[in-house]
Write a protein of this length. Structure first.
Length: 139
């Protein structure tokens, strides 16, 4: 595995995603409720374009690196970490993409925004566990 300043790339990607998700959970999603409806729609378009450019490559890299690790050095901890990574993908595309579509469609905005914050704790916990557990799993 390629190592950078004592951390391999998997840990760096996991760390990037855990920092990103905590920022989204504590700052970005809660701030949505302070926007007027028309301002939220305008901001949301810019936000989703920008966040996709940041998060999608990180998520792809995480999936590929954890998948490679399971292929290259199969073990129960590696498989468990890959299952958690896949879980972040499943929750993202089955829960959060539809919620963001609801925002664009202006469907029950206050309910949608509350669900966005509440349900995002799942991804916040998942990515935190992936990062922390991954620090103890080597090679």
């Amino acid at each position: 595995m390629i190592v950078f300043a004592g951390m391999d790339w998997i840990h760096l990607i996991d760390f990037g995603l855990v920092i990103l998700i905590w920022m989204v959970q504590l700052v970005v999603y809660p701030s949505f409720k302070y926007y007027a409806s028309s301002d939220l729609l305008q901001w949301h378009r810019a936000y989703t374009r920008g966040i996709t450019v940041v998060v999608l490559p990180l998520m792809l890299a995480q999936l590929l690196l954890h998948g490679w690790r399971v292929y290259d050095a199969p073990s129960l901890p590696h498989v468990c970490l890959l299952v958690l990574v896949v879980s972040t993908w499943l929750t993202t595309f089955t829960i959060f993409v539809p919620l963001h579509h609801n925002i664009v469609a202006e469907q029950a905005l206050s309910t949608t925004l509350a669900r966005l914050v509440r349900y995002n704790w799942m991804r916040t916990v998942l990515w935190s566990v992936i990062f922390l557990w991954g620090l103890g799993v080597h090679g």
